[in-house]
Structures are given as structure tokens and as C-alpha cells.
Write a protein of this length. Sequence first.
Length: 421
Amino acid sequence: MNSERECFVYIQMPRSLEVVTCGRYALSPLPGGGGVGRFVYGRSYRSRPDAVAIDPIHLPISPRTYETGKLGGIFGPLRDASPDAWGRLVIQRVLGRQDLDEVDYLLESPEDRAGALFFGRGVAPPASVRKYNRVLQLEELRETARLIEAGGSTEQLRDQVRHVLDPTTSMGGARPKNNVEDETGLWVAKFPARGDKWNNAAVEAAMLRLAARCDIRVPEIRIERLGDESVLLLQRFDRKKVDGGYHRHRMVSALTMLDAEDSPTDMTNWSYLLLADELRRWSSRAPDDRAELFRRVAFNALISNNDDHPRNHAVVAAGEDWRLAPAYDLVPNPQLGKQERSLALVCGHYGRVACRENLVSAAPRLGLTPEDAGRVIDQVADVIGRYWRVEVFAHGGTEADCASIAPAFLHAGFDYPAGAL
Ligand SMILES: Nc1ncnc2c1ncn2[C@@H]1O[C@H](COP(=O)(O)OP(=O)(O)OP(=O)(O)O)[C@@H](O)[C@H]1O
Ligand SMILES: [Mg+2]
């Protein structure tokens, strides 16, 4: 039996509303799990003078058929356009199915996906149908997310959302979320999650504004209050509102840039040093982006953000050229005591250890001298020390929220020699 699954891949052309077919993706499942994926650009797409690659490094435009066994057989840029834990759970619940494969997730997930790609069964792209939920519908969306988290049945869910709104999303990540629109554009809405120990919206907003104070580029944000809860809205940096719709910017994660697996048992290539090397070939402003990457590493180390995995970094192309995307998902992880803290990616000669000596050892790979790196660390630490509480309060956080996260900041072990703790 031929169990191959396939779909067409469409792309919205840069700085345009035109959507065209760019290629075909097929997945052949392997016995025992995983699969082999194949992707080929369409001939008419290849012949367009304005054709752009969906991944210029691993999938440059060419007549060849590409193959991959990575990520279970799905190419990085396609996987980056597909939902993760949260979006998959919602689709499973809405469809009442658990047996979905990667092609199902591509076909069943909505048009709000990161980047410029679409997927479908027809050789020609279907007319765009997506109507986004409005900011005014946040409360209903929040209730739907709560029902899904609480294990509500497909029937309950269908009843709740009948004709009113689409609870599905293609956005990545594990936290409950959706997209909402207003007259200014499209926003990712991140809801409170069950088990949150502090006001996550206030804290995440505060970390982004704190990062901005450290010269790290971040999306525009705002907090919406729903009763006594806060929802974080992040303006989509891969969309630009124009007359008649949105321009969509290509976007791929660092997981794709690093050609890495998404598995806690295989963290090969999970490295800021390699990511800095990749920026040399991806970014049109590599020196600036590599220097900013160092600021982000320092920032993550000094707020104990150990959830800085490769899907929490990305590059984005508004036109032809790629740039490091604005920072997102910056979350402090308070740990008590002086014990060693670590990042998710290798950040120096001493592996993942989040300490000054290790970060400084990485500096030359990111284009900085050790002296410059030391100055950046001092500046970032100074800003964090002075403003983290100010920003938490400015976004609706409380004294109790600050007490919960305080141990994450400027931990004492940061200045100990690597390996001393
Ligand atoms: N402002 C934005 N514009 C465009 N895309 C975004 C934006 N913020 C986040 N994304 C995309 O949405 C995904 C999910 O966002 P985010 O990482 O904040 O969610 P999360 O659920 O907290 O993730 P995690 O599971 O890593 O904790 C990101 O990986 C990124 O692809
Ligand atoms: Mg994330």
C-alpha cells in the first residue's frame, strides 16, 4: 500500500498580495515512526524572475527533488509554518481525532501561520478565506482556551464556538494563544495558562520592554485585561497591514537555520556560536545581528531564561533580505541558590553554562572583542537591575509577582568562574 501523503505549498510573494503555488511536499511514513519528506519547486514558480526560496540555504530554487529524514520527514520551513503543542491540541479537539500526521497538521491548520506559506490539496491556491478574530472577541477565545485546557470534549467545544469564531491557530509554542486583529494590524494573543505561578502577561511584557531598554529589538506589545486576568498582545512582525489585506514575510526558526532536531535527547547544533555563524550567511546585516545576538544571550543569562530553545529565535524576510527577527518569548525562570544556571543553547567554551566567563569566551564568534563583550554584559546587567521591577509594575504585575520571579535576576553565580559551582 502506498501510504504517501502530499500537499501543495503556496507562497505569498514578497511585498505583494499575490499567492502562487511554489512547490509540492510529500511525506512517506517509515515503519516504526518518522518518515522521509520530499519537496520540489514547481516549474512555473522556478521560471518566475521574482521567485524566492522558502529556505535559501537548505532549499535554494532548483529543479531537484529535495529529501529529508529530519524532524520526522518535514522540512524546517514547512514545520515552522505548522502548529506546535497548543495548536495541535486544539485541532485534535476540534476534529475529534488523535491520529493526525504532519501533512494533516499542515492542511487542517489556519492561515494565521508564521511566515508566508500556505498549504492545500489543489494545484492552484484557493482564494484566501481567513477572517481573523477581533480583539473584541478575546474573552470568547479565552473561554475556549480554558475549555480545551480543562479537557472539554469535541462536542462541548463545537457547541461553544458554533459559527462564532475559529479557535484553531497555526502559531507555534505550547502556551494557549490565538491571533486577533484590530484596525492597526494582527496580534498574537498569549493567554494565561493553567498552573501559571505569576501574572505571565505582565512578566513577559516586562521582559520584552526590559530587553528593548538593552537595545534588543522587540515587537510592539500591549496588555488587555479580561476581568482579573491579563492577556499579552504582541504585534505580528511577519505581517504588514496594507490596503486589501496583509503582506506576509517569510520566516524560519533557528531550528531550521541550525538544521537541528527538536528533541531533548538530540540537541546537536543547539548553539549560539553556530547560530552566529549561520547569521553570516542568512542575514543581510550580519554584523549588527550577530552583535544583537550577543546582547540577547547576555540578557537571557541574566534573567535566567533557560527556555531560549531554537524555536524561540527566528529570521524574517520582509522582501528579499533576511534579518534576525525581533526577540520574543523571553521568560525568567527563578531558581533558588547560587547553583549553576544554564541556557538552552551552547553559549561558549564551557557549553551551556550561563556565566560571564562562558559568555565572554563566545564573544569573538559573535564578532565582539572580549572587552566589548564585558561592557555589553555590564550594561545589560545594569539595566536589568534598575528596571525589572519598574517594568513588571508598569504592565500590571504586583509585589507578589515580583517576589516570585526575583531569584531569576542577576544571580550571584553569574560572576563565578565557569564550573566553580
Ligand atoms: N510577534 C510575533 N510575530 C510573529 N510571530 C511570532 C511573534 N511572537 C511569536 N511568534 C511565533 O509564534 C511562536 C509561539 O510564540 P511564543 O514562543 O511566544 O509562544 P510560547 O507558547 O510561549 O512558546 P514556548 O512553547 O516556546 O514556551 C513563536 O515560536 C514564533 O514562531
Ligand atoms: Mg516559544
